[in-house]
Design a protein around this ligand. Structure first.
Ligand code: BV8
Ligand code: ZN
Length: 261
């Protein structure tokens, strides 16, 4: 790690006791999962994520929205955790307390070995009935491919016959109380927060790094680009998470490799 900033970061990280790792779509980019910034691809190019990721969007066209989420879920099932996910999971074996807080709806942190991940925006892998809220057990088989225009009829709830919806938090919906409070508490009690691959645009999740900073934690950002969080962070390490994170964390703790175990 040649970056002059990094030696100060390494010193702070090595003595940290209560670390929060706060991630956004950028941490999964090198696993091939498109971020929200990327224009919607393929069948959904002429839609904006903000139009599809809303209750109104689902109401208006449940088949289009369900088709988009099932295509994303299929993409995640085909993807693998990248060295950033593995380095974050391995970090937890070197420090007393590491809490992973993610805005992502994929399960790549869990598949890299992170435990107790707090999903502020829900998960692609936990669909539920839009009417009665009952969880919908996804079939073992991989997701059906949407039709030519990206549509796929959502399944019906086995209990009440309502439409099944993705288990994610849409724009205009409240975040899950338990996860949000746990994440805010972890940030409040942290002495080091690592912010990875998020534009810091979506609230209230984007408020997490500021809570840590106000509580006196050292806040370090890893991002391929500038973001709304640059001014707030004590250190900004610019580059792809899949390279910067393993380099930084293995320099701090030689046991961290970023490789799948
Ligand atoms: C809420 C799940 C209270 C779905 C997501 C009007 C009405 C209601 C609310 C609002 C409103 N106007 C504004 C709001 C608040 C709104 C909001 O913040 N809007 C923004 C657009 C201004 N928030 C909400 O609606 C939240 N709820 O406020 O409820 C309420 C309720 C009713 C009425 C009033 C208030 C709910 C927000 C949750 C939305 N759901 N995800 C799904 O996935 O489909 S958010 C979604 O977008 C992602 O989860 C992510 O968090 C966010 C941003 O997406 P991306 O930009 O792709 O990802 P990210 O931000 O992480 O950026 C990518 C970053 O990675 C970039 O910085 C890039 O440089 C970097 N990068 C890329 N490659 C790499 C990399 N970094 C490192 N390495 C790389 N290789
Ligand atoms: Zn139901």
């Amino acid at each position: 790690m040649k970056d002059p900033l990094a030696s100060e970061v390494l010193r702070e990280l090595r003595k940290a006791q209560r670390v929060v790792v706060f991630t956004g779509a950028g941490v999964s980019a090198e696993s091939g999962i498109a971020t929200f910034r990327d224009a919607l691809t393929g069948l959904w190019t002429h839609f904006r994520a903000e139009d599809l990721a809303t209750p109104e969007g689902f109401q208006r066209d449940p088949e289009l929205v369900w088709g988009w989420y099932e295509a994303r879920r299929a993409q995640v099932l085909r993807a693998r955790p990248n060295p950033a996910h593995h380095a974050i999971a391995q970090l937890a074996t070197h420090l007393p307390r590491v809490t992973v807080v993610t805005q992502n709806v994929d399960d790549l942190h869990e598949r890299a070995g992170s435990a107790g991940v707090l999903h502020l925006h829900g998960s692609l892998h936990a669909p539920r009935c839009a009417r009665c809220g009952a969880r919908y057990p996804l079939p073992e088989a991989s997701p059906q491919e949407p039709s030519g225009e990206g549509r796929l009829a959502p399944p019906r709830c086995g209990l009440c016959g309502g439409l099944v919806r993705p288990g994610v938090v849409w724009f205009g919906e409240m975040l899950p109380e338990r996860e949000l409070v746990a994440a805010q508490r972890a940030a409040l009690g942290s002495d080091f927060l690592l912010c990875v691959g998020t534009s810091g645009v979506v609230w209230p999740a984007a408020g997490i790094p500021g809570i840590a900073r106000d509580a006196g934690a050292t806040v370090v950002q890893v991002n391929a680009d500038a973001s709304d969080l640059d001014a707030l962070c004590h250190f900004n390490l610019r580059g792809p998470a899949g390279e910067v994170l393993p380099a930084l964390l293995s320099a701090a703790f030689p046991g961290v490799t970023g490789e799948a175990r």
